[in-house]
Design a protein around this ligand. Structure first.
Ligand SMILES: [Zn+2]
Length: 115
């Protein structure tokens, strides 16, 4: 006999059921989302801030611009925080922050681009 993951009531019906009712199932998923939201908050803030810095540098319509790395450092850009990455055909790593991105060109040059 299986027991509900939330209220521990015995579960009737299909053998692989985890919850006794829709109410317990909804409670579980609502809680899971809320815990994730809370734990992800501080990193989300860093990612949003990083994207804002790139947007500020690019402007609303800019497609790409090469800037000195110092400019990003002065704005407290957190280089280690990104949403995803892509290595292009020349082997260069493109670091994404949502729809905006950056790539390192030399020790002091960074290309900021919109994808
Ligand atoms: Zn239950």
């Amino acid at each position: 006999m299986a027991f509900c993951k939330i209220c521990k009531a015995p579960i009737k019906g299909r053998a692989n059921k985890v919850f006794c009712s829709t109410k317990c199932k909804n409670f579980y998923h609502k809680n899971l989302r809320s815990v994730t939201k809370k734990e992800a908050y501080s990193i989300d803030q860093i990612l949003h801030r990083n994207r804002s810095i790139l947007l500020e540098i690019l402007g609303k319509t800019g497609q790409k611009i090469k800037v000195n790395r110092l400019l990003l450092e002065e704005k407290k850009f957190r280089f280690k925080y990104l949403t995803h990455f892509h290595v292009n055909s020349s082997g260069k790593m493109i670091h994404y922050l949502y729809d905006l991105a950056w790539a390192e060109f030399s020790d002091d040059e960074v290309l900021v681009l919109r994808k």
